[in-house]
Ligand binder design. Structure first.
Ligand code: NAD
Length: 349
């Protein structure tokens, strides 16, 4: 079955969708609408149909799907208008700016019977899929700590992402991806507490980075960090289990797994430092550990669209479930509250 998608907001991310959609059978772009003439002309130059306005786009009976790729504050009004006009909706992330707003969108989805989903494409990032596989294979023994970071050094982008009213800031930008990934790893374990700090190195109006410590009810702790003034990047993932440690350095998937071999080291040779000695922190003897490459994963982000089409045809459940999206939204709110008050937020999420 062929689906036609109309795009609202034709900036940077819409260009990415355009490239993806071109490669997908049975999915075609019906046209676009953008408030900026420059972007409309750009789309026309690419051979795309340009609607007269949002109403014109929503009145197009040939489309069953609307993709919203506008700044974050515009997702909700456009999504609601689209669902009321009978369209199914893919919203870019973050779906909106608060859990109350998201609830309104969910209510309209239920009331109109239209499908609402969110482009959480980083569920298909290979680094994340690798961590998932390591944990599924149980290679590290029992997980007790996980760290997920992204570090850049150019500050926050100089567009609407610097403005609070448009839903700017790094919690809503990169945070939503990392928190979505993390909570998927703990799908069945309630989150117990949240502590967070935010940075304002290059921007006072919105956070240009944040750090959060999460504790789950099973005692596992996790930290998530987004930094935009980090000239030296720390590893993308650091995963600790009772039998071993995994590190994924970067998006190129450099990294390794190191596990205990079971060979007793007997007498550990202490490390002598300038001011003392330590056995506790001494490196492992080679035969007491195995060092292994990371497992291989295969990713095709187009699965997102294949799934959306299958949902519309009644063949599959949505991979991006709205209760998951709501859980992430509530976590982002708790991060904001903790950063503001300096307190640990206790919750059952
Ligand atoms: P952008 O500024 O490049 O593009 C946004 C476009 O929306 C602009 O062309 C602007 O003119 C247009 N616009 C603004 N208000 C509008 C309105 N009321 N109606 C129609 N058009 C309107 O921003 P971007 O980087 O493309 O980000 C767009 C969305 O995509 C954001 O929600 C962002 O978080 C998301 N995004 C997602 C990813 C991802 O990996 N999933 C990556 C980048 C951006």
């Amino acid at each position: 079955m062929k689906h036609k998608i109309a795009i609202v907001g034709f900036g940077g991310m819409a260009g990415w969708h355009y490239d993806e959609i071109k490669t997908i059978e049975n999915l075609e772009i019906a046209g676009i609408w953008d408030i900026k003439e420059k972007q409309r002309n750009h789309a026309a130059d690419m051979g795309l149909h340009v609607y007269e306005g949002l109403e014109d786009l929503l009145a197009d009976k040939t489309t069953d799907l609307v993709l919203i790729a506008t700044p974050n504050d515009v997702h909700k009004p456009v999504a609601i208008a689209a669902m009321r006009a009978g369209k199914n909706v893919i919203s870019e992330k973050p779906v909106t700016l608060s859990s109350a707003d998201l609830q309104e969108m969910i209510d309209v989805s239920e009331e109109t019977g239209r499908f609402l989903t969110v482009h959480q494409n980083r569920r298909w990032d290979e680094d994340f899929m690798t961590v998932k596989k390591i944990l599924e294979e149980g290679k590290l023994g029992e997980l007790f700590r996980l760290e997920s970071r992204v570090h850049g050094s150019r500050g926050i982008p100089g567009d609407w992402r610097q403005e609070k009213e448009h839903g700017g800031g790094m919690i809503l930008d990169w945070g939503v991806h990392l928190l979505d990934q993390l909570l998927l790893l703990f799908a069945d374990v309630p989150l117990y507490s949240v502590y967070a700090t935010v940075t304002h190195v290059t921007n006072q109006l919105v956070d240009d980075g944040f750090y959060t410590e999460l504790v789950f009810e099973n005692g596992v702790s996790a930290m998530v960090e987004v930094g935009t003034s980090n000239f030296v990047s720390l590893p993308r993932w650091y995963v600790l289990g009772t039998d071993g440690t995994a590190v994924i350095e970067d998006w190129q998937l450099n990294g390794k797994i190191v596990r205990a071999s079971g060979v007793d080291e007997k007498d550990v040779m202490p490390v002598i430092t300038a001011a003392g000695l330590t056995k506790t922190m001494a490196p492992r003897r080679d035969d007491s550990i195995f060092t292994e490459p990371l497992p291989e994963v295969k990713s095709d982000v187009r699965e997102f669209y294949y799934n959306v089409m299958a949902v519309l045809e009644g063949r599959e459940e949505s991979l991006i479930r709205l209760p998951q999206v709501m859980r992430v939204m509530k976590l982002m709110e708790a991060i904001g509250r903790s950063a503001e008050t300096g307190e640990v937020i206790k919750l059952r999420l």
